[in-house]
Design a protein. Structure first.
Length: 145
């Protein structure tokens, strides 16, 4: 059975956090997490859902962690979380993104940022609609001058 993968886009900062983020949405997938992986590529990650905290026991590399509420708003971030540790629980979190180190830094992701998590096809449609809305708004502003 193939695991579902998603794109993760920071709508607030207008940048992608990952293009191949795998959902860990079953008990076994959440327990396994990244155990057995040697590293994550820059566009990969694990989206642990539901979750209010994660561990890196058995994970061989550090991670960036992003705690999200049910609406995919960033609640808490941890940069360069070390391996073989248990991350703090955030009871208000609905899910946690585990991403390669430097993802938070390079995207400038911060608490309160709004993320979009969806399939690649849906992301393409959302971005095209967003671009069209901006063009329309820009046209309305310039015609009003």
């Amino acid at each position: 059975m193939e695991r579902r993968t998603y794109c993760v886009y920071n709508e607030t900062r207008e940048c992608f956090l990952g293009l191949r983020v795998t959902a860990a949405d079953t008990t076994f997938a959440r327990l396994r997490g990244l155990i057995g992986h040697l590293k994550l590529k820059s566009d990969e990650g694990i989206w642990v859902v539901p979750s209010s905290g994660v561990h890196t026991l058995g994970v061989l590399f550090p991670l960036d962690l992003i705690y999200l509420d049910k609406d995919y708003r960033v609640l808490h971030i941890i940069e360069h979380f070390p391996s073989f540790r248990i991350a703090p629980l955030r009871t208000q979190a609905a899910s946690v993104l585990q991403l390669p180190t430097h993802t938070i830094y390079s995207s400038q992701t911060q608490p309160e940022d709004q993320l979009v998590i969806c399939k690649a096809e849906e992301m393409e449609i959302r971005l095209m609609e967003n671009q069209l809305q901006r063009r329309t708004a820009a046209g309305l502003r310039s015609s009003g001058d």
